[in-house]
Write a protein that binds this ligand. Structure first.
Ligand code: ADP
Ligand code: MG
Length: 257
């Protein structure tokens, strides 16, 4: 059975997509069969995996509207070593089209059930909002991974997400839990970041992952080459941190079972 995770944070530009594609590539490197689901109409996870969003014949949009299965719509990221259910601008329309449909928040979950045996991990890259798309992600998932920058307003933004997760847990998906908070784009030379990092640990305890992802220019450069940073420059500090994170995820899951 696949373990399904949303990479979520309603703020934009916090590192969700970078975390999704690099964790996927890291998991692939250590032999985990992985599917990335791009739930953001910007299609950054699709492009960052080396798949041109403009050439998608079928995408997560068709899957949500039940006109295609995941088996039909997925593509292979040859460089990343994982599969991708891609997204493009078309997905922005799904939000409106889904509202009138039955089981509108359960569509992705139903579709994923059909490929469950084929993967060890499914990583869902969520858009920067608490929308119906994100809700489809949260209703499908066993857990949420929250990437965050250690900045002044970080904790404040977190409470909305934590409340949404609690509500989904109570009403729609009792198996949903926060797997952990991942500190990303971390610069240890900045005192404020160290302070916020300490606050996070004091507040959330072992929900904070041990692995810290440093700010690293190679991670930022990789998407323009259509390759996850882990593959683009395996020796870089950012790549090594994501491989370490992939190992931590596998270990954390083993202890949850
Ligand atoms: P989100 O998906 O939350 O909007 P992204 O993953 O797209 O965020 O990241 C936002 C920007 O920050 C991108 O330009 C990305 O390349 C850059 N970035 C993300 N993580 C890092 C990092 N650890 N070091 C340097 N740049 C990063
Ligand atoms: Mg993104």
């Amino acid at each position: 059975m696949a373990k399904i995770f949303c990479i979520a944070n309603q703020k934009g530009g916090v590192g969700k997509t970078t975390t999704t594609v690099n964790l996927a590539a890291g998991l692939a490197l250590i032999g985990q069969r992985t599917l990335v689901v791009d739930l953001d109409p910007q299609g950054n996870a699709t492009m960052g995996s080396g798949i041109d969003k403009r050439t998608l014949e079928l995408s997560v949009y068709d899957v949500l509207l039940e006109s295609a299965s995941i088996a039909e719509a997925r593509r292979r990221s040859e460089k990343g070593g994982y599969d991708v259910l891609g997204a493009n601008r078309e997905l922005a329309g799904a939000e409106v089209e889904l509202v009138a449909l039955e089981r509108r928040d359960q569509r992705l979950k139903t579709a994923l059930a059909a490929v469950d045996g084929e993967y060890d991990f499914v990583l869902i890259d969520c858009p920067p909002s608490l929308s119906l798309l994100t809700l489809n992600g949260l209703c499908s998932a066993h857990g949420v991974v929250v990437p965050m920058q250690c900045e002044y307003f970080a904790l404040e933004g977190l409470s909305d997400l934590v409340n949404t997760i609690k509500q989904v847990h109570a009403n729609l998906n009792p198996s949903l839990q926060i797997i952990g908070l991942l500190r990303v784009m971390f610069d240890p030379r900045i005192t404020l970041q160290q302070q916020v990092s300490e606050q996070l640990k004091a507040h959330f305890g072992d929900k904070v992952f041990d692995t810290v992802i440093p700010r690293n220019v190679r991670l930022a450069e990789a998407p323009s080459y259509g390759v996850p940073g882990v593959v683009f420059d395996g020796q870089s500090k950012g790549a090594q941190a994501f491989v370490q994170f992939a190992n931590e995820m596998v270990k954390r899951l083993a202890s949850l079972r």
